[in-house]
Design a protein. Structure first.
Length: 436
């Protein structure tokens, strides 16, 4: 039986790297990318990390670094990041037999049974991604997905912090090729909270029990882990010991919940504006639901004020059950608006709203009723399919529900990134020519 081997390819500081592809002048500068409505940092360059900027740091707490340290802050451009991610993933797929796209910047590759110099193979793919797409990445290899994830962390850290690990592990790290002593040395120099799936709470409990390093975690008794913690942590320990417990997901599983939430570019006070926003959020959520061929049974709507403002605070939410499971944008928007009418209170400066679809099920299985309803009350599946096709062909927002309002009116509640003037285009013909 062939020994399993997985690789994890991860784009370095991905959102920042995407911005630098189109703006090379940002290289070497401290750069962060901000979340929706420019609320907090969701990506940081190495230079920004050196300034002590933490992931998720609120913008209002760090904006003074613009003047003192030349920090560059950019609004997120998720369309650009998605385009570059697709190109990167298509290239790294050639690394092995199967691919699992784990996130927008991470991809697991099955390299089991591949012969030859695997380090050289990985460096070739890495250089190809850098030259053809412009995204720097690191690659970690291991006999399990957990070890591959850990190897990727080591590869990144060895590159960013010389001396933290052996120099030969920088950029590409293959834990499966290390001898026992070298592997134990690396694991002993890695904190336990760097393990995939070990969060703050579990890492705190492990440290309380004297487990500080990955090596110590890998040597724990499995029965003790199962009894004191959970079967999930036991599976993690088995993977650290080289026993594969998690296989690749060739097809991403359907989402159990679908949400569309946004922070507004300015405070919203009028119910009419909130109705337009909630209608659009419901439409986007329904589109995502149809994309995975699903139906929703419940619609959750919410609005809230900003906790960062000194104004009076209010947060309201409601779950509206649907008579029939549906993916019809009109039905879902009607339910969301009915909920909004119940939770809205005048006199507040609303900063965020959202719609979440719950109790999802495949559209191939549903409980139907006797055909006693008027024709106009039936789901408009054909109409929704046509709407999706038009929007895919001519761009999102080409055809909208009337309740979302006119484009000019929506600027009252649009996010900052939607209201700003684009600084560049994402067309590939405008990219710099990078040849092999």
């Amino acid at each position: 039986m062939a020994t399993s081997l997985y690789a994890l390819v991860d784009g370095n500081n991905f959102y920042v790297s995407c911005e630098r592809v189109f703006r090379p002048s940002l290289n070497g500068q401290p750069v962060i990318v901000l979340s929706n409505n420019d609320g907090c940092a969701i990506a940081r360059s190495n230079e920004a990390k050196a300034l002590g900027i933490a992931m998720g740091a609120p913008w209002f707490k760090i904006k003074q670094l613009q003047e003192t340290h030349g920090l560059v802050a950019l609004s997120a451009n998720f369309c650009l990041y998605g385009d570059l991610s697709d190109r990167m993933m298509s290239l790294v797929a050639g690394l092995g037999h199967r691919q699992e796209i784990y996130s927008i910047d991470e991809s697991f590759i099955d390299m089991s049974g591949i012969r030859g110099d695997l380090i050289k193979r990985c460096r070739t793919i890495r250089e190809r991604v850098l030259r053809w797409v412009g995204i720097p990445c690191c690659i970690g290899l291991g006999p399990t997905k957990t070890l591959a994830k850990l190897a990727n962390h080591i590869a990144k850290t060895a590159e960013r912090k010389p001396g933290s690990y052996p120099a030969e592990l920088a950029q590409v790290c293959n834990l499966a090729s290390l001898d026992r002593d070298a592997l134990e040395s690396v694991l002993a120099n890695t904190a336990v909270d760097e393990v995939w799936g070990v969060g703050k709470r579990i890492s705190f409990q492990l440290k309380q029990a004297g487990i500080e390093t990955v090596l110590q975690l890998s040597r724990m008794d499995l029965a003790t882990v199962h009894t004191r913690w959970s079967v999930v942590l036991e599976r993690t320990v088995r993977e650290l010991q080289g026993q594969p417990c998690v296989d690749l997901e060739d097809v991403a599983p359907d989402k159990q919940e679908i949400a569309c939430t946004r922070s507004f570019g300015r405070p919203v006070t009028e119910l009419a504006d909130l109705k337009e926003a909630v209608s659009e959020f419901a439409s986007r959520a329904a589109e995502k639901l149809r994309r995975q061929h699903g139906l929703a049974n419940l619609v959750h709507a919410f609005v809230r004020t900003s906790p960062f403002r000194p104004d009076p605070q209010y947060s309201g939410s409601i779950v509206v059950p649907l008579r029939r499971a549906t993916a019809d944008s009109t039905r879902i928007a009607e339910a969301a608006l009915a909920g909004l009418a119940q939770i809205f209170k005048p006199g507040f400066l609303y900063a965020k709203a959202g719609v979440m679809l719950l109790e999802l099920q495949p559209d191939s299985v549903q409980q139907d009723e006797l055909d006693l309803e008027p024709e106009q009350d039936k789901d408009l599946g054909g109409l929704m399919g046509t709407l999706d096709q038009i929007n895919r062909r001519y761009g999102r927002g080409t055809v909208l529900l009337a309740s979302t309002g006119l484009a000019g009116d929506r600027r009252r509640w649009a996010m900052k990134q939607e209201r700003r003037t684009p600084q560049y285009t994402t067309r590939w013909e405008d990219m710099p020519v990078i040849r092999a």
